[in-house]
Design a binder for this molecule. Sequence first.
Ligand code: PRP
Length: 207
Amino acid sequence: MSNILTIAMPKGRIFEEAVELLRKADYKLPPEFDDSRKLIIDVAEEGLRFILAKPMDVATYVEHGVADVGIAGKDVLLEEERDVYELLDLKISHCYLAVAGLPDTKMNEVAPRVATKYPNVAEAYFREQGEQVEIIKLNGSIELAPIIGLSDRIVDIVSTGRTLKENGLSEYERIINVTSRFIVNPVSYRMKDKQIDEMVTRLSEVV
Ligand code: PRP
């Protein structure tokens, strides 16, 4: 095993906050991090290799050990239940998972449908509520579903609340708060414990 630490980073809106946090922890990240289409960025001086993945895929890279560590949203960790250790709540990218739908509507009594990017979380939530629903898996623009009659409700991430508001939807229940977590591959943690502990310490000092 090389002594380079590979870190899987989520592309998109979490990325900037994650980079800012790493810089606060005194990792010297080159300007490529601010504007680049590269999917792998080596920072030799820090002994780090960054791979830039879709947020939903970060834990997959870490579970398979092609990344030693990663930054993943709690939403993804709840949905995917990957075999990784969650070592630190980075307290960035605050948002929450919620149930939403058209205002002042009841769920269909016969075969209510719920559209979501989080089928496992949604399924578990409605089961706990004692409601049997049909889950419809979508990959994005979830808010479309109730508007065009694909579903009665959605389970989705709410951050600023703008998407719900601008599409005329109401929030019905809050399921769980979400932040980004520092995750680790169990084997990497045994082999590279010093490097990983150092990173956790540096990050926890600035969280
Ligand atoms: C996420 C989420 C909501 C939106 C919430 O979608 O699925 O649609 O952000 O943010 P807001 O409360 O600040 O409006 P994202 O932009 O990641 O794209 P997606 O539709 O492809 O999932």
